[in-house]
Design a protein around this ligand. Sequence first.
Ligand code: CDM
Ligand code: ATP
Length: 294
Amino acid sequence: MTSYINQTFELPSPAKLNLFLHIIGRRNDGYHELETLFQFLDYGDTLTLEVTDSDEINLLTPITNVPNKDNLIVKAAQLLKASASNNPLGVNISVKKVLPMGGGLGGGSSNAATILLALNSLWQCNHSTEKLAELGLSLGADVPIFIHGFSAFAQGVGEKVVTITPEESWYLISKPNCSISTQSVFTAKDLPRNTPSLSPDELMSDVFTNDIFHNDCQTMVINHYSEVAKLLAWLIEYAPSRMTGTGACIFTRCSSQAMARDIQEKLPEGVSSFVAKGVNKSPLLSKMESYQLR
Ligand SMILES: C[C@](O)(CO)[C@H](O)COP(=O)(O)OP(=O)(O)OC[C@H]1O[C@@H](n2ccc(N)nc2=O)[C@H](O)[C@@H]1O
Ligand SMILES: Nc1ncnc2c1ncn2[C@@H]1O[C@H](COP(=O)(O)OP(=O)(O)OP(=O)(O)O)[C@@H](O)[C@H]1O
């Protein structure tokens, strides 16, 4: 059996977009039933993992304002360790964080998924993808899609996924100067929770030109956060734009990288941004394949 002890692996932890996000109901436990289209971006955090024989999980680069014990990176590694009987190995982890927190880009969930997939392989736990998605769901509703690794139409809280292949467009991602907690959006009184379920035919049409597609959190967020309202109004003048997840980031679909850069240069002051391409296969899967990890 291959031993990865003392070997180092650099792995991407990409962002996701919710190309649309419909809330179709609410479960008894308070969680919302969603219908959403996930696509990955070729942009995200980077995690470096060094496998050790020390039995310890060390995060060498703490994230500001997130104690290590609450960090989804550490929690994912601990959860995996507990699920694998007699695993004597450890890991030293470093993270290069570029994704904004509370942005709707799923950064924390993506970090957790990268850890679960990579350590499952490096520690040779041999869990199936389904088992990893189940473990991941206990850390956050967005973790399973990052484990799945392909753009998908998702239902439930995001755990029931069907792979589909939306156009791989260029996007400008802009973040107004505010963070929005997912929980505060889902507990808001004025959040719509009754969008009808999509038919298979409807699902085949373009998410920007067919106006059945929307983000059910957007109007409510705009009403509460003037920064988001102003930025969205500004971006829509240039190209189709929509909020991802529960905000605050807005994605603008562009016909080329040059067009995205052009709008980016004109963005109002105080708005952070990046340009990225939508990709239907997670960059994490491609990188794991190049390391011959599975
Ligand atoms: C908004 C999305 O990003 C869309 O992809 C996800 O649904 C949110 O996923 P996430 O950030 O991983 O969310 P979690 O950490 O699981 O949940 C944060 C909080 O949001 C609420 N929550 C989350 C997901 C969901 N379908 N319904 C909810 O009501 C719950 O109150 C929960 O306490
Ligand atoms: N490794 C991590 N990276 C980012 N946030 C983390 C991490 N671990 C814990 N968190 C906590 O999770 C919160 C949400 O972060 P995240 O980056 O996932 O937000 P988000 O992009 O809004 O997610 P979503 O799209 O799922 O709503 C942060 O405010 C932070 O307190």
